[in-house]
Design a protein. Structure first.
Length: 219
Protein backbone atom coordinates (compact mmCIF):
# COMPACT_ATOMS: atom_id res chain seq x y z
CA UNK A 1 0.00 0.00 0.00
CA UNK A 2 2.83 2.38 0.90
CA UNK A 3 4.62 1.62 -2.38
CA UNK A 4 1.42 2.32 -4.33
CA UNK A 5 1.04 5.66 -2.54
CA UNK A 6 4.65 6.62 -3.32
CA UNK A 7 4.22 5.59 -6.96
CA UNK A 8 1.08 7.76 -7.32
CA UNK A 9 2.89 10.69 -5.71
CA UNK A 10 5.77 10.34 -8.19
CA UNK A 11 3.32 10.28 -11.13
CA UNK A 12 1.63 13.45 -9.85
CA UNK A 13 4.99 15.21 -9.48
CA UNK A 14 5.97 14.24 -13.05
CA UNK A 15 2.63 15.49 -14.43
CA UNK A 16 3.02 18.76 -12.52
CA UNK A 17 6.55 19.21 -13.87
CA UNK A 18 5.37 18.59 -17.46
CA UNK A 19 2.57 21.12 -17.07
CA UNK A 20 5.02 23.71 -15.73
CA UNK A 21 7.35 23.10 -18.67
CA UNK A 22 4.50 23.48 -21.18
CA UNK A 23 3.31 26.69 -19.51
CA UNK A 24 6.69 28.42 -19.52
CA UNK A 25 7.50 27.18 -23.02
CA UNK A 26 4.27 28.73 -24.28
CA UNK A 27 4.97 32.00 -22.49
CA UNK A 28 8.47 32.11 -23.96
CA UNK A 29 7.09 31.44 -27.46
CA UNK A 30 4.49 34.22 -27.12
CA UNK A 31 7.13 36.64 -25.93
CA UNK A 32 9.35 35.77 -28.90
CA UNK A 33 6.49 36.21 -31.37
CA UNK A 34 5.62 39.59 -29.91
CA UNK A 35 9.24 40.67 -30.11
CA UNK A 36 9.39 39.75 -33.79
CA UNK A 37 6.16 41.67 -34.59
CA UNK A 38 7.56 45.13 -34.00
CA UNK A 39 5.54 47.93 -35.67
CA UNK A 40 7.33 50.47 -37.81
CA UNK A 41 8.17 53.56 -35.76
CA UNK A 42 7.53 57.21 -36.62
CA UNK A 43 11.06 57.60 -37.96
CA UNK A 44 10.46 54.76 -40.43
CA UNK A 45 7.13 56.26 -41.50
CA UNK A 46 8.79 59.58 -42.36
CA UNK A 47 11.02 57.74 -44.85
CA UNK A 48 8.12 55.93 -46.56
CA UNK A 49 6.98 56.76 -50.08
CA UNK A 50 4.04 59.12 -50.58
CA UNK A 51 1.16 58.51 -52.98
CA UNK A 52 -0.73 61.67 -53.95
CA UNK A 53 -4.07 61.92 -55.70
CA UNK A 54 -4.03 65.57 -56.70
CA UNK A 55 -6.77 67.58 -55.07
CA UNK A 56 -8.02 64.54 -53.16
CA UNK A 57 -5.63 62.91 -50.69
CA UNK A 58 -2.12 61.71 -49.99
CA UNK A 59 -0.92 58.69 -48.03
CA UNK A 60 2.42 57.19 -47.01
CA UNK A 61 3.37 53.56 -47.55
CA UNK A 62 6.53 51.39 -47.17
CA UNK A 63 8.69 50.91 -50.27
CA UNK A 64 8.18 47.14 -49.92
CA UNK A 65 4.47 47.63 -50.67
CA UNK A 66 3.12 48.01 -54.24
CA UNK A 67 0.55 50.33 -55.81
CA UNK A 68 -2.20 48.43 -57.69
CA UNK A 69 -0.33 45.10 -58.00
CA UNK A 70 -1.48 42.53 -60.57
CA UNK A 71 -3.33 40.09 -58.31
CA UNK A 72 -5.52 37.32 -59.73
CA UNK A 73 -5.62 39.23 -63.04
CA UNK A 74 -8.25 41.56 -61.52
CA UNK A 75 -8.21 45.03 -63.03
CA UNK A 76 -8.95 47.59 -60.30
CA UNK A 77 -11.89 49.94 -60.77
CA UNK A 78 -11.11 53.55 -61.69
CA UNK A 79 -12.29 54.68 -58.25
CA UNK A 80 -10.12 52.16 -56.38
CA UNK A 81 -6.50 52.28 -55.22
CA UNK A 82 -4.84 49.21 -53.74
CA UNK A 83 -1.58 49.33 -51.80
CA UNK A 84 -0.38 45.81 -51.03
CA UNK A 85 2.43 43.81 -49.55
CA UNK A 86 2.73 41.00 -52.08
CA UNK A 87 4.46 37.74 -51.26
CA UNK A 88 4.77 34.46 -53.11
CA UNK A 89 2.06 32.64 -55.05
CA UNK A 90 1.05 29.55 -53.11
CA UNK A 91 0.40 26.08 -54.53
CA UNK A 92 -3.32 26.72 -54.09
CA UNK A 93 -3.06 29.65 -56.50
CA UNK A 94 -3.60 32.23 -53.77
CA UNK A 95 -1.18 35.12 -53.50
CA UNK A 96 0.25 35.76 -50.06
CA UNK A 97 -0.78 39.43 -49.89
CA UNK A 98 -2.02 42.02 -47.41
CA UNK A 99 -4.12 44.61 -49.25
CA UNK A 100 -4.93 48.14 -48.10
CA UNK A 101 -7.76 49.43 -50.32
CA UNK A 102 -9.01 52.99 -50.83
CA UNK A 103 -12.29 53.47 -52.71
CA UNK A 104 -13.78 56.81 -53.78
CA UNK A 105 -17.51 57.50 -54.03
CA UNK A 106 -19.31 60.60 -55.26
CA UNK A 107 -20.63 62.97 -52.61
CA UNK A 108 -22.01 65.93 -54.60
CA UNK A 109 -23.86 67.42 -51.63
CA UNK A 110 -20.76 67.31 -49.41
CA UNK A 111 -22.61 65.30 -46.75
CA UNK A 112 -20.96 64.07 -43.59
CA UNK A 113 -19.91 60.42 -43.54
CA UNK A 114 -22.89 59.61 -41.29
CA UNK A 115 -25.46 61.25 -43.57
CA UNK A 116 -23.86 59.80 -46.72
CA UNK A 117 -23.85 56.28 -45.26
CA UNK A 118 -27.51 56.57 -44.27
CA UNK A 119 -28.41 57.54 -47.84
CA UNK A 120 -26.14 54.82 -49.27
CA UNK A 121 -27.74 52.22 -46.98
CA UNK A 122 -31.26 53.21 -48.10
CA UNK A 123 -30.27 53.09 -51.79
CA UNK A 124 -28.56 49.71 -51.42
CA UNK A 125 -31.59 48.22 -49.64
CA UNK A 126 -33.90 49.46 -52.42
CA UNK A 127 -31.61 47.90 -55.04
CA UNK A 128 -31.51 44.53 -53.24
CA UNK A 129 -35.28 44.39 -52.85
CA UNK A 130 -35.75 45.46 -56.48
CA UNK A 131 -33.60 42.55 -57.67
CA UNK A 132 -35.95 40.15 -55.90
CA UNK A 133 -35.30 37.09 -53.76
CA UNK A 134 -35.11 38.99 -50.46
CA UNK A 135 -37.62 40.81 -48.29
CA UNK A 136 -37.13 44.44 -47.28
CA UNK A 137 -36.80 43.40 -43.65
CA UNK A 138 -34.03 40.90 -44.43
CA UNK A 139 -32.26 43.42 -46.68
CA UNK A 140 -32.44 46.01 -43.90
CA UNK A 141 -30.88 43.60 -41.41
CA UNK A 142 -28.05 42.58 -43.74
CA UNK A 143 -27.07 46.02 -45.01
CA UNK A 144 -27.46 47.91 -41.75
CA UNK A 145 -25.39 45.28 -39.94
CA UNK A 146 -22.58 45.93 -42.43
CA UNK A 147 -22.73 49.70 -42.90
CA UNK A 148 -24.25 51.38 -39.84
CA UNK A 149 -21.33 53.21 -38.19
CA UNK A 150 -20.05 51.79 -34.93
CA UNK A 151 -18.65 55.18 -33.96
CA UNK A 152 -16.98 58.34 -35.25
CA UNK A 153 -13.26 58.70 -34.61
CA UNK A 154 -10.62 61.29 -35.37
CA UNK A 155 -7.76 60.16 -37.61
CA UNK A 156 -5.05 62.67 -38.46
CA UNK A 157 -7.45 65.56 -37.86
CA UNK A 158 -10.29 64.09 -39.94
CA UNK A 159 -13.57 62.52 -38.81
CA UNK A 160 -14.08 58.94 -39.93
CA UNK A 161 -17.17 56.75 -39.64
CA UNK A 162 -15.97 53.33 -38.54
CA UNK A 163 -18.23 50.55 -39.76
CA UNK A 164 -18.49 47.00 -38.35
CA UNK A 165 -16.13 44.16 -39.10
CA UNK A 166 -17.87 42.74 -42.18
CA UNK A 167 -16.70 39.17 -41.51
CA UNK A 168 -17.94 39.04 -37.93
CA UNK A 169 -15.01 36.79 -37.07
CA UNK A 170 -11.20 36.71 -37.13
CA UNK A 171 -9.45 38.05 -39.08
CA UNK A 172 -11.00 41.44 -38.57
CA UNK A 173 -11.59 43.59 -41.65
CA UNK A 174 -11.48 47.25 -40.69
CA UNK A 175 -13.42 49.85 -42.67
CA UNK A 176 -13.49 53.65 -42.36
CA UNK A 177 -15.43 56.30 -44.32
CA UNK A 178 -14.16 59.87 -44.66
CA UNK A 179 -16.06 62.83 -46.07
CA UNK A 180 -13.58 64.52 -48.39
CA UNK A 181 -14.93 67.59 -50.21
CA UNK A 182 -17.27 66.21 -52.89
CA UNK A 183 -16.17 62.63 -52.30
CA UNK A 184 -16.45 59.89 -49.73
CA UNK A 185 -13.22 57.95 -49.25
CA UNK A 186 -13.49 54.44 -47.87
CA UNK A 187 -10.39 52.78 -46.42
CA UNK A 188 -10.54 49.03 -45.86
CA UNK A 189 -7.92 46.51 -44.78
CA UNK A 190 -7.18 43.76 -45.29
CA UNK A 191 -9.18 43.21 -48.47
CA UNK A 192 -11.44 40.10 -48.30
CA UNK A 193 -9.29 38.34 -50.92
CA UNK A 194 -6.40 38.09 -48.45
CA UNK A 195 -4.34 35.01 -47.77
CA UNK A 196 -4.11 34.29 -44.05
CA UNK A 197 -0.35 33.93 -44.27
CA UNK A 198 -0.10 37.71 -44.65
CA UNK A 199 -2.27 38.47 -41.62
CA UNK A 200 0.50 39.23 -39.17
CA UNK A 201 0.47 41.68 -36.30
CA UNK A 202 3.28 43.59 -37.99
CA UNK A 203 1.24 44.05 -41.20
CA UNK A 204 -1.80 45.23 -39.24
CA UNK A 205 0.44 47.73 -37.45
CA UNK A 206 1.79 49.03 -40.76
CA UNK A 207 -1.76 49.34 -42.13
CA UNK A 208 -2.76 51.40 -39.09
CA UNK A 209 0.22 53.68 -39.60
CA UNK A 210 -0.70 54.10 -43.26
CA UNK A 211 -4.24 55.02 -42.17
CA UNK A 212 -2.90 57.56 -39.70
CA UNK A 213 -0.71 59.12 -42.42
CA UNK A 214 -3.73 59.76 -44.67
CA UNK A 215 -4.09 63.47 -45.44
CA UNK A 216 -7.30 64.73 -47.04
CA UNK A 217 -7.28 67.76 -49.33
CA UNK A 218 -10.71 69.20 -48.59
CA UNK A 219 -12.00 72.13 -50.66
Amino acid sequence: MQRKTIFIAIILVVIFAVLLFMYFSGASKTKTENTNSVPANSTAVSSWKTYTADGEFSIKYPDTWTINPDLYEIVPEDNTLTIALVGETLDSGKVDAFQFVLTKYENPNAMSCNDWLEEYIATTIDEMVGQGGISRQDAEEVIRAQLTPVDNIQINGNTACRTPNIRGEYPEIESYYFSNARQILNVQFPHPTFDEGALTEANYNIAHQMLESLTLEND
